[in-house]
Design a protein around this ligand. Structure first.
Ligand SMILES: *Cc1c(COP(=O)(O)O)cnc(C)c1O
Length: 397
């Protein structure tokens, strides 16, 4: 019989500390709860029992809830089972993972690709294996948290350059010539909170001149931008060369999992050095099956991203015409800047009352004074969804 709780010693101090910190978050309006999704992800969902228009997900092409992906997942599970058993280097990886890697490499126009469990782990793996003590990493100020964490994990010297300011980066690179064994420049391809693009042509030229490695995290770009949906290099019509392309299968591709695509030597190196690759269990068949199907739809149904681009452009224009502050852009991430955190939270709550979920993004995620609604459009949103969103926003003026 376990001892009754009442006889346990009084709560230790550290437990009280944690509790007080949570109270502090509540007082500051920063306390978070997870909501319960009772439907597939799509333009309309059931969340905590409420039917909502969802303009908050990264499911840009409407594939997360697509029946073809669910079917592919089920078939892969039927034929290969539920789990991977161990890390790929220990007990072997599924043939499905290898096929996915071949398909991703072809899609990205490079030699090889390596699949990771998530995009987060891909970033940890790339950064911490390519640079370490005695090296330097140059990271855009607005890069994703997984890049920030990868930089910290690497123990390389960290330089944060002003957002998209190539001049600032060039200065840092010029100043650090010859000081390090290796230098890595890393940037989001499409920035998650502003939906703007990294200046890749300039970054690529700079990395060549300075003999630095360039890695681009195309989590929000793959499947969405570029003539072939290939991401930021495709958008700028740049050949990949030595650029390392990182990404995720969890956004436009509708499934889960990260990848790194690039020259054979780099991929080979990562497979042998990236701890976030070899100390974790391989992706399960269902996820691999769904990701392959998602990629196939990205390639074979270009009308999804074309329609999305066109509708996102029109929505930006309509919002601006109605007086909302919407920076220009070319991606389905549409920030509606409202200023104060309080106002952003209030707007988001009023939209929710009207059956629309558009999250408020506050500092420190974004700069003070630029709190916003982050509207993320999907190819699955219909014209009617958009007019309902617009109508609800109008009522909030
Ligand atoms: C979402 C995201 C990731 C993480 O990808 P997951 O597969 O969800 O772990 C990494 N980088 C960027 C820029 C992202 O937006």
């Amino acid at each position: 019989m376990p001892e009754p709780a009442a006889k346990l010693p009084a709560a230790p101090a550290w437990l009280g500390d944690l509790d007080r910190e949570l109270d502090g978050l509540k007082a500051d309006g920063l306390y978070r709860l997870t909501r319960s999704l009772q439907s597939p992800v799509g333009p309309e969902v059931v969340l905590d029992g409420q039917r909502l228009i969802l303009a908050a997900s990264n499911d840009y092409l409407g594939l997360a809830g697509h029946p073809a992906l669910a079917r592919a997942a089920a078939e892969a599970a039927q034929s290969r089972g539920a789990g991977a058993g161990a890390a790929r280097l220990v007990s072997g990886g599924f043939d499905l993972a290898e096929r996915l890697e071949t398909e991703l490499a072809a899609f990205k126009g490079v030699d090889r690709a390596l699949v990771f469990s998530t995009g987060y782990m891909a970033n940890l793996g790339v950064i911490s294996s390519l640079v370490g003590p005695g090296d330097a990493v140059f990271s855009d100020q607005l890069n994703h948290a997984s890049i920030v964490d990868g930089c910290r994990l690497s123990r390389a010297e960290r330089y944060v350059y002003d957002h998209n300011k190539v001049g600032h980066l060039a200065e840092l690179l010029a100043r650090t010539r010859g000081r390090y064994r290796r230098r890595l420049i890393i940037t989001d391809g499409v920035f998650s909170m502003d939906g703007d693009l990294a200046p890749l042509p300039e970054l690529a030229a700079l990395s060549r001149d300075e003999e630095a490695i360039l890695a681009v995290d195309d989590a929000h770009a793959t499947g969405v931008i570029g003539e072939h949906g290939g991401g930021s290099l495709d958008y700028y019509n740049l050949s990949p060369g030595l650029v390392i392309q990182i990404g995720t299968m969890s956004k436009a591709l509708g499934a889960l999992g990260g990848y790194v695509a690039g020259p054979a030597v780099i991929i080979d190196y990562l497979r042998n050095r990236a701890r976030s690759f070899f100390y974790t269990t391989g992706l399960p068949p269902a996820v691999l099956g769904a990701a392959r199907q998602g990629l196939e739809l990205v390639i074979n149904e270009p009308e999804r991203r074309q329609g999305l681009k066109q509708r996102a452009g029109k929505l930006r224009q309509d919002l601006a015409d109605r007086g909302w502050l919407v920076p220009p852009g070319e991606t389905p991430i549409i920030p509606i800047i409202v200023g104060s955190a309080h106002r952003a939270v209030e707007l988001s709550a009023r939209l929710l009352e009207q059956g629309i979920l558009i999250p408020a993004i506050r500092p420190p995620t974004v700069a003070p004074g630029t709190a916003r609604l982050r509207l993320a459009l999907s190819a699955a949103h219909t014209g009617e969804h958009l007019s309902r969103i617009m109508g609800a926003l109008d009522k909030c003026r």
